[in-house]
Design a binder for this molecule. Structure first.
Ligand SMILES: Nc1ncnc2c1ncn2[C@@H]1O[C@H](COP(=O)(O)OP(=O)(O)O)[C@@H](O)[C@H]1O
Ligand SMILES: [Mg+2]
Length: 646
């Protein structure tokens, strides 16, 4: 075995860099976070070849003093904390002092920076951890980092990079999240000389959301706001109808930091539970401020994880906040006949606009900077004013179309929060924090279909296709899916009975015989207590045979034979991390679904009773599987279809 020796500093740095800098987007993350910590109000990110060959980040923040620059590139050098106690109150995004040293260890870095009080700036070049040059230079206030040829000296790392397009995609996602996390900062992203994103920095979160996700999402947001002694939450959550197929749309920021947290994701999903279909995830942009002493931000070098000391409290609070916000809005699906196609076309157009094609590309900071440098040399009075927000470039000049029915709905529940001006120019979340608004309940809401007071005004028109009930109410046509509604009512009854422990079972004769395969048999054994709790009685009959002798009491019409096997099959998908409640709910919801299958025609009084029962439920608008129970169409939509209105 060779002798033990301590590694040289450059090798140490290269190895350590791997923890923080995994790919071009990590460089962008660290440098933009530094710019945010430097109190920049405008930050430009420019990349070429997915950031592999070129990244330039320009900010108008506080800059660095010339003599501090070499220190900044040392490992564990930081201006943000002094000792470990400071970690409790750290409000900056950085604090580990490893980013610059890590980046410089694995790339060719050039830095130009100037503080407000210095007369001139400094240009500093460092490659592979070795200082190459340092010189005085005229420069405007702020900092520009150029990072070239990432991993040029660590080919093993470089091999793991994906294609430039994929890497550029990661950077795009990241810059979008950074823009959402700091709506008070103007962000610009330029990819291969093409402007891709430009936010105004006017603090309006809804505007940033519109900019990034487009009109469909911006038009379907619910504002949330709440606080207690330990934390405050504000932001927007999407109505369930804009739910997505993965968790990428669950954005949340803790003290201005974009993180991933199983706990917060769980709070959000729990809040939405039964409002979204299985395997669908909500859209959210939530800003959460938590007292620093309740957090541990120093969990991982990338600072993407946090630990909470009061997780349970956050869980209760956030889940409740979200649930209440959703409940405040009557969540009947609005059917718009022409919407789908129109929206697709519009979407395309919007994307084009958002991406900047067809519009004058904003002047890069860098051009200003060079101009400033030139002027400073010529006039000997170096200082350009700070970067000005390019007001004319933001789509205030193209307000949401006046002819868009979905946004201009003359009646119906979408109106109050969907006024076009509000989407674009709604109250800044920061302003709202300063002057608390009255709670949303006090806003004038249109009457809801499912309210006791509305019942007298329901005009039940009749049944369609043996399944749907048509109800006229408040200039809208409501269509109730009898099966989904019935299923929902049964399900809620079942769960309520379970809670009260008054579940009854109903003996069936003759019993239902089941033949189970090995997997089904073992699942039945495993989940037997849950079946029993719900009122099932299932006995072993010998061999592979089982007999169902009783089923849950209030589930009349339940056909047990296929049902029990179906339930067992779906339990096979469970991976063992489900809570007892989830298991019970699964069995209950499947039982209820089976129970309503048989009942096709019901009478008018029965429908009235069904509506009566629906309106007592917390979330009557979705069946236990997340499908809508009621949809609606406005009179306006119909009139439009008949070309009575344009
Ligand atoms: N864009 C910037 N503007 C002003 N100062 C900066 C900038 N980037 C880095 N710095 C300075 O360099 C130091 C080291 O940065 P970094 O290695 O990212 O560590 P950290 O952010 O954890 O302090 C920072 O503490 C800060 O003082
Ligand atoms: Mg940093």
């Amino acid at each position: 075995m060779p002798k033990i020796e301590i590694l040289d500093q450059q090798t140490i740095d290269k190895i350590a860099a791997g923890e923080v800098i995994e790919r071009p987007s990590s460089v962008v993350k660290e440098l933009v976070e530094n710019a945010i910590d430097a109190k920049a109000s405008a930050i430009t990110v420019e990349i070429k070849e997915g950031g592999i060959s070129f990244i330039r980040i320009t900010d108008n923040g506080c800059g660095m003093e010339a003599e501090q620059v070499p220190l900044a590139f040392l490992r564990h050098s930081t201006s943000k904390i002094r000792n470990v106690e400071d970690l409790l109150t750290v409000s900056s995004l950085g604090f580990r002092g490893e980013a610059l040293s890590s980046i410089a260890a694995v790339a060719q870095v050039e830095l130009i920076t100037k503080t407000v009080s210095d007369f001139s700036g400094v240009r500093y070049v460092i490659e592979g951890g070795k200082e190459k040059s340092s010189e005085e230079i005229g420069a405007p206030e702020g900092t520009t980092f150029l990072v070239r040829n990432l991993f040029y000296n660590t080919p093993a790392r470089k091999k793991f990079l994906k294609t430039p397009q994929t890497e550029a995609g990661y950077i795009g996602d990241l810059v979008e999240r950074l823009a959402l996390s700091h709506p008070e900062i103007s962000f610009k992203l330029i990819v291969n000389n093409q402007p891709k994103l430009h936010t105004s920095g006017n603090s309006n979160l809804k505007e940033v959301i519109y900019h990034i996700y487009g009109r469909d999402i911006a038009a379907n947001l619910i504002e949330v706001q709440g606080e207690n002694e330990c934390f405050s939450i504000q932001g927007f959550i999407g109505k369930p109808l804009i739910s997505r197929g993965n968790r990428n749309f669950e954005n949340y920021f803790i003290n201005g930091r974009y993180i991933k947290s199983g706990l917060i994701a769980k709070c959000i999903e729990e809040g939405y539970k039964s409002f979204v279909m299985q395997h669908k995830y909500p859209f959210t942009v939530l800003h959460i401020s938590i007292n620093g002493s309740l957090l541990d931000v120093n969990v991982h070098p990338t600072k993407m994880e946090l630990r909470f000391s009061n997780g349970e409290e956050i869980y209760q609070f956030l889940t409740q906040l979200i649930r209440e916000a959703i409940n405040r809005n009557e969540l009947v699906y609005q059917v718009s006949l022409e919407r789908e196609q129109e929206e697709k076309a519009r979407h395309k157009q919007e994307k084009k606009e958002r991406m900047g094609s067809g519009r004058k590309a904003p002047e890069p900071f860098e051009a200003k900077r060079l101009q400033a440098v030139k002027q400073s040399i010529r006039k000997d009075s170096p200082y350009e004013p700070k970067y000005e927000k390019p007001a004319a470039d933001f789509p205030q000049t193209e307000p949401v179309s006046q002819t868009e029915p979905a946004l201009q709905e003359p009646s119906g529940q979408m109106a109050p929060e969907l006024a076009a001006e509000e989407i674009m120019f709604g109250p800044s979340p920061h302003k709202t924090a300063a002057q608390p608004k009255p709670p949303a309940e006090t806003k004038k809401q249109p009457p809801k279909l499912l309210e006791e007071a509305s019942r007298k005004a329901h005009k039940i028109i009749g049944q369609l296709f043996d399944t749907y009930w048509l109800v006229e109410f408040d200039s809208q046509l409501y269509i109730i899916d009898q099966h989904a509604a019935h299923e929902k009512v049964l399900y809620e009854r079942t769960l309520a009975a379970l809670k009260q422990k008054e579940f009854t079972s109903q003996v069936i004769y003759p019993p239902i015989l089941l033949t189970l395969n090995m997997q089904e048999e073992s699942l039945l054994k495993k989940y037997m207590p849950y079946f029993q709790k719900l009122g099932y009685e299932i006995e072993h009959f010998g061999g592979k045979e089982y007999s169902v002798t009783a089923v849950p009491g209030n589930l009349f019409g339940l056909n047990g034979q296929e049902l029990v096997i179906e339930i067992l099959d779906s339990l096979a998908d469970f991976h063992g991390r489900e809570t007892p409640q989830m298991i019970t709910e699964k069995i209950a919801s499947m039982s209820c679904k089976a129970a309503v299958k048989g009942n096709q025609s019901i009478s008018r009084p029965e429908v009235e009773a069904l509506i009566g029962e629906l309106l007592t439920l917390e979330n009557p608008y979705h069946c236990p599987h997340g499908r809508p129970t009621i949809i609606s169409m406005t009179k306006y939509e119909l009139e439009k279809k008949f070309k009575r209105v344009l």
